[in-house]
Design a binder for this molecule. Structure first.
Ligand code: HEC
Ligand code: HEC
Length: 429
């Protein structure tokens, strides 16, 4: 009896020790097994036969080329376009230098503050004042007829333009664990003498009602799931209702009944193809030739030294394949799991003095905060910042204030040659 008992204890503690060792080992193995995410501008527009994905597995019968074609398709009124909209396809605004990237297109958001200083979404009158559109800060520039055209009442005096964002590599961003983003936020005060503390906001997951996850997409971190962002975009950019956003924003000039985005022969709706396309894109690649020059290497060191990298975080590792995310609705696939990415962003909200006054999913204190602009792919842009108001990288840096005041001051104090080196480094991204 006694022997048996001790054997059991021995066995138990042995097992326990093995488990601990395995646990520790596993952590190391996981860290070691992380590999660089594939990089490339590999989705040439309207040439999907030449496109190469990051290796993501496709649903039965689907191809990456087909996902891209749906993303590039122009929608018509018969297919549900409008009544109010901004453009007829995703690629119209996400194309430079290839499908899925960003563009120079901006869109309008407005609203006002109530007597307590809290942001309130606008009431937009259409149809000669007979109807209103409410519940959102975005205002569409186009309508399928004059009756539905939105215009901006004088009382909606908070106004901003917001640039289209790059979506290449966003599948990897979606695959970042919440804990990783929270840990970055918690480290920032220590790295900046208490000056920088990124705000984490929880964003609702439309496909998992009632659940939230750390926001990382959009200028306000208003979404955490790509599918949710895409469902929102299909309605708010193109006026196409879908299973996640099933109701048009107005009945004026609305000719369709029911959800407009219906599944195809493969059982996939357009929003599923869009999500599959974006999740299948590679991350924006570096200019490795310029990146290897002495000036760029020196600039990279300065970028870290003056404190830019506290917010523009160079490297993040995604969660392991098999991790269940998006409220249980998506499992990180092999192609996206355990990958090292270099977004040069913390995906957190900061007040650097450029805030647009608009509140979306975050609390009221996010009104004047914006997500750290990811700098991957920045060399493909001619204008910078959320409003595209900066025509040079130098000007974009000089607009940083607030939480970024110290790094900006340090940048100004660099010698002309050092400043040039830092800018050269940015041009390699
Ligand atoms: C009229 C231009 C326009 C069209 C059309 C458009 N978008 Fe966008 N897209 C934007 C803008 C502007 C933003 C930034 C929105 C914000 O945060 O206010 C954006 C952001 C995004 C993001 C977030 C990227 C990130 O990393 O944060 C995704 C994903 C996205 N769009 C997908 C789509 C899809 C899919 C479609 C087609 C259904 C689409 N967009 C159509 C302009 C557009
Ligand atoms: C406190 C966080 C923080 C720090 C520190 C910081 N930035 Fe930024 N950066 C941001 C945010 C937030 C934005 C977006 C602001 C906007 O669009 O109004 C941004 C935008 C940019 C852009 C524009 C990118 C684009 O695509 O339009 C550049 C370039 C940039 N930062 C470079 C730098 C450099 C260089 C430094 C160091 C001198 C630096 N930043 C320090 C948060 C930061």
């Amino acid at each position: 009896m006694l022997m048996a008992h001790w054997r059991k204890v021995l066995l138990c503690s042995c097992l326990f020790a093995i488990l601990i060792a395995l646990g520790a080992g596993l952590v190391r193995v996981a860290a070691k097994s992380a590999t660089e995410a594939p990089a490339g501008f590999n989705t040439p527009s309207f040439n999907s036969a030449q496109s190469v994905s990051n290796g993501i597995a496709e649903p039965a019968g689907d191809t990456f080329a087909r996902d891209q074609q749906v993303y590039e398709q122009n929608e018509t009124i018969a297919q549900g376009l409008g009544p109010v909209y901004n453009a007829t396809s995703c690629v119209t605004c996400h194309q430079n230098p290839n499908s899925g990237a960003a563009s120079q297109i901006t869109e309008l958001r407005v609203g006002h503050n109530d007597e307590n200083g809290n942001f309130v979404n606008p009431t937009i009158f259409i149809n000669d004042g007979k109807n209103t559109i409410t519940g959102r800060s975005i205002v569409n520039d186009r309508a399928i007829g004059p009756e539905a055209q939105e215009t901006i009442p004088a009382i909606e005096n908070i106004r901003t333009l917001r640039a289209a964002l790059n979506t290449l590599g966003d599948g990897f961003v979606e695959a970042i664990d919440d804990k990783t983003l929270i840990a970055i936020a918690e480290e920032q005060p220590e790295l900046s003498e208490g000056r920088v503390h990124g705000e984490v906001v929880q964003a609702p997951i439309f496909e998992a009602p009632g659940q939230t996850r750390v926001g990382r997409f959009g200028w306000k971190d208003q979404h955490s799931s790509l599918l949710s962002f895409i469902g929102d975009a299909y309605l708010n950019e193109m006026g196409i209702t879908n299973r996640l956003r099933p109701t048009n924003v107005t009945t004026v000039l609305n000719t369709t009944t029911g959800v407009e985005d219906q599944p195809d022969g493969l059982g996939l709706a357009d929003i599923d193809h869009f999500a599959q396309f974006i999740r299948g894109t590679m991350v924006p690649p570096r200019d490795t030739v310029l990146g290897a020059t002495p000036a760029a290497l020196k600039g990279q060191g300065l970028f870290t030294r003056v404190g830019c990298s506290v917010c523009h975080v160079q490297s993040i590792t995604t969660a392991p394949a098999g991790t269940v995310i998006d409220g249980g609705m998506f499992t990180v696939p092999e192609a996206l799991g355990d990958k090292i990415i270099h977004p040069f962003s913390d995906f957190l909200l900061h007040d650097i003095g450029t805030g647009d006054g608009i509140v979306q999913v975050g609390p009221q204190d996010t009104a004047n905060k914006l997500r750290t602009a990811p700098l991957w792919g920045v060399r493909t842009k001619a204008r910078f910042m959320h409003d595209l108001g900066s025509l040079s990288l130098d000007n974009a840096i000089s607009r940083h204030d607030g939480e970024a005041r110290q790094p900006t001051r340090r940048f100004r104090e660099l010698s002309p040659e050092e400043k040039e080196a830092l800018i050269t480094f940015l041009k390699t991204l």
